[in-house]
Design a protein around this ligand. Structure first.
Ligand code: PLP
Length: 454
């Protein structure tokens, strides 16, 4: 008889009782879940004894890598001292106060204020209510529309999924909610046609201006965007895109919400990607790398001007039981200390980004790989039957990507697919030899997928 915690038994119980996020339940019951049992550094162990290189840092979050005892110690100490208290009704606690100060120090510009949530999705829910409340408080209650982009991902709650531009999500639950408009994404490879990347970047940026004029500046509260669209396939925009968007944002009276849930805390080589692209957000969404995923926490960083209006507008009738949860806040503080004092963010910008970029780009020598781009330690490549014409596969989008992802698992590499794009976002503590291993396993997996589909 199989032991109670054999893989087979665990899979059976999981399939019977556990509904997984973003998963086809029937398929899962047939194939069985992969059960991760422990992790260290950039490596995961599964219940079958395999050791996988985690090219995704969990879900883009484990910046400092797995197995850092300091975070466990801080969490245990905080649980003993004050495991829970809230920040409602004129109350606070030390970890919340210290973390808000630290975030104000790290954040660019005058994003000196933070509203805490338990996740990135919740933070974007906060942002929707915050910007509408801000404009109402300023005597402009009609400014309610938020402009976002198709294929953006801003989370899974009702408001965050509405802000996102994933049509497959909108289809379930009658989304988007009122007042969300979408413009096209700056994905040159798939949608750029005959334009140069620079022409295309400008054209896509100008869709923002066209949308503002279409719906009326007097009705627009904010524009929300990820500096690099992550879950949409790591869409790194052409260089012309962000300067033109920022020019348009400066021209009109609308707020800019930069969603840094993936890009924040060093992923792109600066603490925040808005610094890489010289953007000036009024509100910034943070989560994931804030605690390296060791404890759930998110937040909205808010500019002096917006905070001033909100603070003087009476009660903000909004908050979560776990806003600034003391254990999560203490863990986040320790994570930020490690990122800073161990020079992890500096190392990404000084040496690792260029090493990784060169290695990642070498994958484009494979006959089935179109472009292979990266920024800092986030990267994508496009699988294509013809790189010159930037052709798509005849099979349904994602078929080849899925085959490639499965080959990666067989080769002990976690690499995600979005359609026929392959994406990675490894822990920021990855070493050069681990990058070599990642590239070696990626090449082998792409090649095996190629043999299967060519
Ligand atoms: N925003 C972005 C850009 C994300 O990538 C994600 C999650 O992947 C979210 C928001 C939602 O964060 P969470 O899953 O913590 O709710």
């Amino acid at each position: 008889m199989k032991s109670i915690d054999s893989t087979e038994n665990l899979q059976r119980i999981d399939a019977a009782h556990h509904i997984h996020p973003f998963t086809d339940g029937k398929q899962l019951a047939e194939i069985g879940t992969r059960i991760i049992t422990s992790a260290d550094g950039v490596f995961l162990k599964d219940s079958e004894g395999n050791t996988l290189l985690d090219g995704m840092a969990g879900l883009w979050c484990v910046a400092i890598g797995y197995g850092r005892k300091e975070l466990a110690d801080v969490a245990a100490q905080q649980m003993l001292e004050l495991p829970y208290y809230n920040t409602f009704f004129q109350t606070s606690h030390v970890p919340a106060i210290q973390l808000s100060k630290r975030l104000a120090e790290l954040a660019p510009g005058d994003l000196n204020h933070v509203f805490f949530s338990g996740s990135g999705s919740e933070a974007n829910d906060t942002n929707l209510r915050l910007v509408r409340h801000y404009w109402a408080a300023k005597g402009k209650p009609n400014k309610q529309i938020i402009i976002s982009r198709w294929n953006a991902y801003h989370g899974s709650t009702v408001a965050a999924a509405s802000l996102g531009g994933m049509k497959s999500m909108h289809k379930q639950g009658a989304l988007p909610i009122f007042g969300i408009e979408h413009i096209n994404q700056p994905d040159w490879w798939s949608e750029g046609g005959d334009m140069t990347p620079e022409e295309f970047g400008l054209a896509r940026a100008r869709e923002l201006e066209a949308k503002i004029l279409e719906v009326g500046e007097e009705n627009v509260a904010a524009f929300i965007a990820e500096p690099i669209q992550g879950a949409g396939g790591v869409i790194i925009p052409p260089d012309s895109y962000w300067p033109e968007v920022q020019r348009i944002l400066n021209k009109y009276e609308i707020l800019f919400i930069a969603d840094e849930v993936i890009c924040g805390f060093g992923r792109t080589g600066e603490w925040f990607a808005t610094q890489v692209y010289n953007l000036k957000p009024d509100v910034m969404t943070i989560a994931k790398g804030l605690s390296s995923g060791y404890a759930p926490i998110g937040g909205s960083l808010i500019s002096d001007e917006v905070a001033e209006v909100i603070k003087n507008a009476g009660d903000f009738n909004h908050g979560y039981t776990y806003s600034a949860h003391p254990v999560s806040a203490a863990v986040a503080l320790e994570n930020l200390r490690i990122l800073d004092e161990e020079g992890i963010v500096d190392r990404v910008s000084d040496t690792l980004s260029s090493y990784f970029a060169k290695k990642w780009a070498s994958l484009s020598e494979h006959p089935m790989v179109g472009s292979a781009n990266s920024k800092g330690l986030v990267a994508s490549l496009v699988l294509t039957p013809n790189k010159e014409s930037r052709a798509k596969f005849a099979s349904e989008a994602g078929t080849v990507g899925l085959i490639c992802r499965e080959r990666c698992f067989s080769n002990n590499l976690v690499m995600r697919h979005v359609g026929d794009r392959m994406i990675v976002s490894p822990p920021l503590i990855i070493t050069e030899s681990e990058i070599d291993l990642l590239i070696e396993r990626a090449w082998k997996s792409i090649d095996e997928a190629y043999e299967q589909v060519k």
